[in-house]
Design a protein around this ligand. Structure first.
Ligand code: FE
Length: 350
């Protein structure tokens, strides 16, 4: 794991004295401390491209989302982190609620990232921004389920799918966000009865990640499951015979095309509240919204750019086709996890 240089003694003194310290811009801009839950090989090119363009060196701390958030809580207000990148609105919102981010006012970010893909904004600028998007889709076993049985998320609760539905644990952020979005659209009571219906249809108790659900649908252990699109596309791009076999046995549906659209989530990030290198941090977020960074981000992990005009070059992802995406503000998706957590408790979606 890359490690950070020791903090300047001056900063510690300033923190003790409780005063604000303004470092000269040049010194403050030379380095960026990035905490990232993204862990894709292709991100390497992204970071070196930023350094090439700006001369700003990146110190990186990479870990899983939960481990990063834990580390940041322990480091408290003395964390050297300038930028935090996380996956899923549920986690970004949690970081926001924990007071980790500061608002950023940037014409570049405001013109490039659509308003519904920006986190909390009380008029001072958004506290976090989405930089790539993914959809949560339904996959089904072509031999045992017809696509007409699963046109909507609501169908997962239909008695015709008894014993056929697989999901990962309801406590996982991907599920919390989807269930939260359902409750935003349906209201809590209806979302809960839907959740109970899904649980009643389980083929097995929730376990594994999204890729495990896809594989279990392919073997026929499950008739239908939910997955983020990038796991499916990763499998579609795989050269492994087992993956090719699995892909041949499954079909995919964009849920809720006649209603509010397929649930879309994000990876994104923001500038830390006490960022020692604030100017560099804002520059980095603006860089992430550029066409070239959007391409790295989106193609590397088979996601869509958050910037609508950004070009993409990922034929397999594009082969999934166009779809109607849910445009619920991503901040309300994040917040809805509070209701979702109650729903999964009561419905036993564990
Ligand atoms: Fe994931």
């Amino acid at each position: 794991m890359p490690h950070l240089p020791p903090r300047r003694g001056l900063l510690a003194v300033a923190a003790l004295a409780g005063t604000l310290l303004a470092l000269p811009a040049a010194a403050a801009d030379a380095v960026l401390n990035l905490y990232s839950a993204r862990h894709y090989q292709t991100d390497e090119a992204l970071y070196s491209d930023f350094t090439k363009r700006t001369g700003i060196r990146i110190n990186r701390i990479e870990a899983g989302d939960e481990a990063l958030l834990e580390r940041l809580r322990n480091e408290g207000r003395n964390t050297p982190a300038d930028v935090l990148l996380l996956v899923d609105a549920a986690r970004l919102w949690r970081a926001q609620i924990d007071g980790m981010f500061q608002p950023v006012r940037s014409q570049t970010l405001e013109s490039r990232i659509p308003a519904h893909l920006r986190g909390k904004d009380d008029g001072q600028g958004a506290e976090w921004f989405a930089f790539s998007t993914r959809a949560r889709v339904i996959v089904y076993n072509k031999a045992s389920v017809s696509p007409d049985q699963v046109r909507n998320y609501a169908d997962l609760a239909s008695p015709t799918l008894k014993g056929k539905v697989c999901t990962r644990s309801g406590t996982h952020p991907y599920m919390l966000s989807l269930i939260g979005a359902m409750s935003e659209h349906l209201g809590e009571a209806k979302a809960e009865s839907w959740a109970r219906g899904v649980v009643a249809n389980f083929a097995r108790s929730p376990r594994g990640g999204d890729t495990d659900q896809i594989k279990a649908v392919a073997t026929g252990e499950c008739g239908v499951a939910l997955t983020n699109t990038y796991y499916l596309v990763r499998m579609m791009r795989s050269e492994a015979a087992a993956d090719k076999d699995a892909v041949a046995k499954i079909g995919m549906v964009w849920p809720d095309q006649q209603t509010w659209g397929t649930h879309v989530n994000v990876s994104g990030g923001g500038v830390m509240r006490n960022a020692p290198n604030r100017a560099a941090a804002v520059k980095f977020l603006e860089y992430l919204a550029s066409d070239s960074a959007q391409a790295y981000l989106a193609d590397g992990n088979n996601e869509w750019p958050a910037v609508p005009s950004a070009p993409m070059n990922n034929p397999v992802l594009s082969s999934l086709g166009q779809f109607k995406a849910d445009t619920l503000p991503i901040g309300s998706v994040g917040r809805a996890q509070v209701t979702a957590a109650k729903i999964i408790d009561r419905a036993g979606w564990r």
